[in-house]
Write a protein that binds this ligand. Structure first.
Ligand code: SF4
Length: 505
């Protein structure tokens, strides 16, 4: 899906398209499952994972609370290392600085790596407009660029494509049919990109972390291309979101423990590079000139905001996407912005300032809290999503029908007698639409839900119906509550004819 397509539709329309795309759903589900399992095993094996999450959170909270101090320290150190440090308040300023450097260097081509922030700036198009070829060199990003699409995952940009689709895309570049064999395809890309590394005048990367105490930037990667990008071209540009900073190398130890495990389930990525400046006399390689562009672009709006400041703690690991039941069904393009999944649903409106335009993105969540559980720095994304929804209602931009439904729901749930009466009516009414314990009708509000899931019927006996007898049993036998309760609930389950909803919320 290209950028023009995403802008023209609502989240609901894009999600509908994604749900009808079986290839996409299978590919996204397959990879997110693999990543989720990898993370689970890596964090369990590591032990005391929650303690490390808390350490990570404290480092991020402290850094963001003192962001001006650490940015000053970083800038001073980086300049002392011979780096040109620039500040850009907006995307336009960051693009202008990048283009000026490219023009000054008479650049014809730029090789890029690891830069979601450059997606945020739409930098490739700007470079093309002045005749500079921008080549993405991360395998997934390269495939996305050739397909004229945008990334659909923070760390696996081509997550929505399978190897057959990738073979088709690469075959066009090769001018011959390549087999859907991952080793062959990766080998072909490797060969193509090698030429590009040697030709490019400028290497451009993002930045996983910036170390304030030494003015260094750190990159985590698996393919080795970021090392090529940062060492072969004569000029190096780093695009850095202003929140990427951490105080010291010892803080990096914590982040290096959290990031790869959360992202891919690896103990450490294949390469971790620390870069402190341009090539020195004693160095064998490296760029002659190095620039770091520190980018605000809406980030400082979160500073001091009690609801959203913690957004700046994000280390872009992607774990919340892999955990999110909504993302795993619809993939990343349905969110419409550069960042997708739970972090995208909050970050996109935050960075874009235009809340009304991004109103519906907060609805792309079941509010189950899986994103918070997955997050290595404990960002309460589910609370932020609730806040975004509330803000929309308070601003009078809510859906009137939904509002009426919610008021009715609140009236029923606020009074136990009313709740019982509605339940009894529901049991009677559902007889018309229940088959094998499931409500499968696609009438009214159930249309969207039942198109892709199953709604269980209201059971003959509710927990409230069962409880007096269960409680009496418990008192009589004085058995421990848990096993007895479990037996009764299993009995109740057997009494129901239905099989229940699918598993992920
Ligand atoms: S919000 Fe948390 S889980 Fe999601 S990308 Fe950021 S750090 Fe990772």
């Amino acid at each position: 899906m290209n950028t023009a397509d995403t802008k023209a539709q609502t989240v609901k329309q894009r999600a509908g398209d994604a749900l009808n795309n079986d290839f996409l759903r299978k590919a996204v589900r397959f990879t997110t499952e693999r990543l989720r399992l990898g993370k689970k095993l890596a964090s369990e094996e590591h032990g005391n994972w929650d303690d490390w999450r808390e350490r990570g959170r404290q480092i991020r909270l402290h850094t963001i609370a003192h962001l001006d101090y650490y940015l000053d320290q970083f800038t001073e150190q980086a300049r002392a290392n011979g780096v040109h440090v620039h500040f850009a308040d907006t995307a336009e300023e960051a693009v202008a600085i990048s283009l000026q450097i490219a023009e000054r260097k008479s650049a014809k081509s730029v090789v890029k790596s690891k830069s979601m922030v450059s997606e945020e700036l739409h930098l490739n198009k700007a470079l093309e407009s002045i005749g500079v070829e921008a080549v993405e060199t991360d395998l997934g990003e390269y495939i996305i660029q050739l397909s004229d699409e945008t990334p659909s995952h923070i760390i696996i940009p081509a997550i929505h494509k399978n190897r057959y689709q990738i073979a088709e895309v690469l075959s066009e570049v090769a001018g011959e049919t390549l087999p859907p064999d991952t080793a062959v395809l990766a080998g072909f890309v490797r060969m193509k990109l090698r030429e590009k590394f040697l030709e490019a005048e400028i290497g451009m990367t993002g930045c996983n972390f910036a170390i304030a105490e030494t003015g260094s930037m750190v990159l985590f990667e698996n393919e080795g291309n970021a090392r090529m990008v940062t060492t072969v071209p004569k000029t190096q540009i780093t695009l850095m979101g202003m929140e990427r900073i951490i105080p010291s190398w010892s803080d990096l130890e914590v982040m290096a423990t959290l990031l790869p495990r959360s992202a891919t389930g690896q103990k450490l990525t294949v390469y971790m590079s620390g870069i402190s400046g341009p090539k020195r006399e004693q160095d064998a390689d490296g760029p002659d000139e190095m620039h770091i562009i520190i980018i605000d672009n809406g980030r400082s709006l979160q500073l001091g905001d009690p609801e959203f400041q913690e957004l700046l703690n994000c280390i872009r690991c992607g774990a919340c996407l892999n955990a999110c039941p909504v993302y795993r069904h619809i993939g990343g393009h349905a969110y419409g912005g550069t960042y997708s999944g739970p972090i995208g649903a909050v970050l996109t409106p935050a960075l874009n300032k235009n809340v009304a335009e991004w109103d519906d993105i907060a609805n792309a969540s079941s509010l189950c809290g899986a994103c918070y559980e997955a997050c290595p720095v404990k960002i309460p994304l589910h609370d932020m999503l609730v806040y975004l929804r509330r803000r929309k209602i308070e601003a009078g931009r809510g859906d009137k029908l939904e509002g009426m439904g919610m008021r009715g729901f609140s009236t029923v749930m606020g009074d136990s007698k009313r709740f019982r009466s509605v339940l009894s009516l529901g049991k009677l009414g559902q007889k018309l639409v229940v088959r094998n314990g499931e409500i499968r009708t696609k009438l009214g509000p159930l249309k969207g839900w039942n198109s892709y899931r199953v709604t269980p019927s209201i059971p003959k006996q509710s927990f409230r119906d069962l409880w007096p007898e269960m409680e009496a049993d418990l008192r009589r036998t004085s058995k421990p509550m848990k096993p007895d309760l479990t037996n009764r609930l299993e009995e109740r389950k057997r009494q129901q004819e239905g099989k229940g909803v699918n598993g992920d919320g």
